[in-house]
Design a protein around this ligand. Structure first.
Ligand SMILES: [Zn+2]
Length: 411
């Protein structure tokens, strides 16, 4: 069962549709987006040079990190093709980064992915992503309403309340992080519940963190449900999603997704590993060739499900020195600001690990004097929205040229 027939389009028809959407976007952006005009000028390109899908690959990507400084220096309106008041919503992600939502239908494009994950009219879905300021909760709720599901806007945390909702209401679907669904399951088991008998969860849509196969099968086994993941960002929305056979993630039909050389930004042949570069076809906030910083490759072989879209072969790491932990990007520059508040900190280093598939973040500090680790922990959490373990070392404990961010996770 498919959400719409774009999922089975013949490849040449799909390419023609993609190019038509991008040509319209280019024209609109050239008229209204200061960012796009400045980017063309820097690259020595004119709109006429971008006259085919192939030529479009020569437009230098817009880096997610640049987006933060561009918004800060020029204001959000400089990147829009409409007035800020004509948008539907404006969210804010850590960075800080504004995420405008335009007025177009299914703006973030997630309905297709939810349908592929088995969500159907009549499902009662518990949404455990945050609704506050960051786009996650609302971004993922609207497509569920579009499909015809009812949604409980539970938000994150309050695990006992989450269990109580699942126990007292016929909740059939879960949306959130897989690691959190496991926490809910363990809590429910601790309360003496039989997850398969006392609860009705049959499908889970998870995102915002890596999904090790061991965690997927553990949660599926616990609840007797299916766990399917979506991949996207707070800027562009849906990029790819799993179908009923979770072997890679189908590219969403609402965007052009390219795998590119992280240095040159040029598209790579199918099968090679590179950076995921996305152009969503939404017009109010044109993100033409947004480089996500995520590394992946495309699977050329057709999927037995019948969809003709290519699939992303998982996310294989980060193209630069930021890392995504529990759905949040860590920017070393933000951590540096925190460290500056503590004169005793001579050097620091962030270490990210994932024992048992769960992201953990630790900060190692080389100290020249006494310091309260809890105060550092609180300041770090206030700025980066993540609570780290803090490890204090004597002065000289971290080499001056040590990497600021060490990602030791295995996937
Ligand atoms: Zn498939």
């Amino acid at each position: 069962m498919l959400y719409h027939d774009l999922e089975t389009q013949a490849p040449e028809k799909r390419q023609a549709r993609q190019w038509k959407a991008i040509r319209k976007l280019l024209e609109k952006a050239a008229k209204h987006s200061g960012e796009f005009r400045a980017r063309l000028e820097r690259a020595g390109l004119s709109l006429r040079d971008l006259d085919s899908l192939e030529a479009y690959g020569s437009l230098p990507p817009l880096r997610k990190k640049e987006l933060i400084s561009l918004q800060a220096e020029n204001g959000l309106a400089w990147l829009l093709t409409c007035k800020p008041g004509e948008l539907r919503r404006i969210y804010q992600s850590p960075g800080p980064l504004f995420d405008p939502e335009g007025a177009e239908h299914d703006y973030w494009g997630w309905a297709e992915g939810f349908f592929a994950a088995g969500f159907r009219p009549g499902d009662l879905v518990q949404m455990t992503f945050s609704y506050h300021l960051t786009p996650a909760g609302l971004m993922l709720e609207e497509p569920l309403r579009e499909i015809g599901c009812a949604v409980i806007p539970a938000g994150p945390g309050n695990t006992e309340v989450q269990v109580e909702l699942m126990r007292r209401l016929p909740v059939t679907g879960f949306v959130g992080m897989a690691s959190y669904l496991k926490v809910i399951g363990q809590k429910a088991q601790g309360l003496g519940l039989d997850l398969r008998k006392d609860l009705s969860i049959r499908k889970a849509f998870v995102a915002a963190e890596r999904l090790p196969e061991s965690l997927r099968s553990e949660v599926e086994e616990m609840f007797g449900c299916t766990v399917r993941q979506g991949y996207g960002t707070a800027d562009v929305g849906s990029i790819a999603y799993e179908c009923e056979l979770p072997q890679g993630m189908h590219l969403s039909s609402r965007a052009l997704v390219e795998i590119c050389d992280p240095e040159t930004g040029r598209p790579l042949p199918v099968g090679e590993t590179g950076e995921v570069v996305v152009t969503p076809f939404t017009k109010d906030y044109p993100l033409l060739r947004l480089a996500t910083g995520d590394l992946s490759s495309l699977i050329a072989a057709p999927c037995p499900c019948g969809r003709t879209t290519l699939r992303l072969d998982g996310i294989k790491g980060r193209a630069d020195d930021t890392a995504k932990v529990k759905g949040q990007f860590i920017y070393p520059a933000q951590a540096a600001q925190v460290a500056l508040q503590f004169p005793q900190v001579e050097a620091w280093q962030i270490v990210v690990t994932n024992p048992g598939g769960k992201d953990c973040i630790a900060v190692r500090l080389a100290l020249t004097g006494q310091m309260d680790p809890a105060a550092f922990q609180a300041a770090f959490q206030a700025t980066l929205k993540l609570k780290p373990e803090v490890e204090c070392l004597p002065a000289g404990g971290i080499a001056q040229d040590a990497k600021r961010l060490v990602d030791e996770r295995s996937f």
